[in-house]
Design a protein around this ligand. Structure first.
Ligand code: S3P
Length: 422
């Protein structure tokens, strides 16, 4: 295809969840502009409404207004839909509230591990009633907490954020050390709101007494780099043209895919770098490029964990064999993304295999053709939809509804940038 246009990708999913929750905790009225309006954040909004805060309607193009208040015990089970971030971050906040809440999720979320969050929160003093495998549905009963100095076995922003939020609401000092640095949106927001939060390498400490600092705010959500990544990839794979993506978050803990693309031979230019709140954003300028294979190291994974599906799809078009090291975490995302990625790449005629926790993808020129099973995983669906834009490609997705989980207008935007289609 020939690519053209200027697109503003939707609001950042991670940041929207966090701003909604923090606004729900701050007593008074907050206003959030540019919020994502996808199904995942609607799950957070619905959960918050059950817990007391008043959250306005999430409508594209309009700011959402949140009236934060004292949280109360909900009258029914809180359903987190497909959202791991909603479930895990709410668990952190609820750990500091003196009532019982039952949390559940859809089939995908009920298969995902929650022990990584219940374990440190139990150490802080919260009680969780769960099945022995520590999955949803579960009941959290919070109360008065003690501080923690936690060495996290995995780099996970959800685990780190659950602990920081428990410390914030419970008014105790918490420290989390990660093996590698995961996305730092919670930290940036807390600093922006005036909390005493210190970072040193992969260690972050939130000092007790932060709860009093939490006041209503008026903030804007930057564009989601993880959603932008699909359009970036479509433009790289195009035959000709140029695409501009406006106001995309380029936080270094999220922009790992841009560094990898650079290595693969696709230079994405950043224009007008600026700040939105405490987050750096830029306009991205993307042109088609020929790609070469690369090796993505374990240390790089947290900075691009959600971009592995689209990077693997790009690797299938590069010259040579690419390796993604230690990507075992992908087995517990919205689907078993690791096996599903490899199986779907093979289903469209590419060579890909999983060895231990590593993913190998061989590049090819042959047009991808075949049927892709998405298992309802939004990022698998979008990655293979992008592969389907190649000349002579014929890629059928098992469903096209899942992108609405994180990127409601995805198929429209993909069609808009394709000047051959219009
Ligand atoms: C997220 C953290 C990541 C990411 C997820 C969103 C967040 O998960 O994959 O899509 O908003 O904190 P982990 O914390 O499990 O790595």
């Amino acid at each position: 295809m020939r690519v053209a246009g200027i697109i503003r990708p939707p609001g950042d999913k991670s940041i929207t969840h966090r701003m909604l929750m923090l606004a729900g905790l701050a007593r008074g009225r907050s206003r959030i502009a540019g919020a994502l309006t996808a199904t995942d954040v609607k799950s957070t909004a619905r959960a918050l409404r059950l817990l007391g805060p008043r959250v306005g309607v999430l409508r594209r193009g309009a700011a959402v207004v949140v009236d934060g208040t004292c949280w109360r015990a909900p009258t029914r089970t809180v359903h987190c839909g497909n959202s791991g971030t909603a479930a895990r971050l709410l668990m952190g906040i609820l750990a500091a509230h003196p009532f019982a809440v039952r949390l559940t999720g859809d089939g995908s979320l009920r298969r995902r591990p929650m022990g990584r969050v219940t374990e440190p929160l139990r150490r802080m003093g919260a009680t969780f009633t769960t099945a022995p495998d520590d999955r949803l549905p579960l009941t959290v009963r919070g109360g008065s907490l003690h501080g923690i100095d936690y060495d996290a076995p995995i780099a996970s922003a959800q685990v780190k954020s659950a602990i920081l939020l428990a410390g914030l609401v419970g008014d105790v000092t918490v420290t989390v050390t990660e093996p590698w640095r995961s996305r730092d949106h919670t930290e940036r927001l807390l600093i922006y709101l005036g909390c005493d939060l210190r970072q040193e390498g992969t260690r972050v400490t939130l000092a007790g007494g932060a709860a009093a600092k939490l006041v209503p705010f008026d903030m804007t959500v930057p564009g989601d780099p993880s959603s932008a990544a699909f359009l970036v990839a479509a433009a790289i794979l195009a035959e000709d043209g140029e695409l501009v993506l406006e106001r995309v978050g380029v936080n270094p803990t999220r922009a790992g895919f841009l560094r990898v693309l650079d290595r693969m031979g696709a230079r994405v230019e950043r224009a007008d770098e600026r700040w939105v709140g405490n987050e750096p954003v830029a306009d991205l300028l993307i042109r088609p490029a020929s790609l070469r294979a690369t090796e993505v190291s374990a240390a790089e994974i947290p900075g691009l964990v959600d971009e592995i599906p689209i990077l693997a799809v790009l690797a299938s078009r590069a010259s040579g064999e690419s390796i993604f090291r230690r990507v075992g975490e992908l087995r517990v995302k919205e689907s078993n993304r690791l096996e599903l990625l490899a199986a779907n790449l093979r289903a469209v005629g590419c060579r890909a295999e999983v060895q231990g926790d590593d993913l190998y993808v061989a590049g090819s020129d042959a047009p991808p053709q075949g049927r892709v099973e998405t298992a309802g995983d939004h990022r698998i669906a979008m990655a293979f939809a992008v592969l389907g834009t190649l000349e002579r490609a014929s890629v059928t997705l098992s469903e096209r509804a899942s992108p609405a989980i994180s990127y409601p207008g995805f198929f429209d935007d993909l069609a808009r940038i394709d000047t051959d289609a219009s």
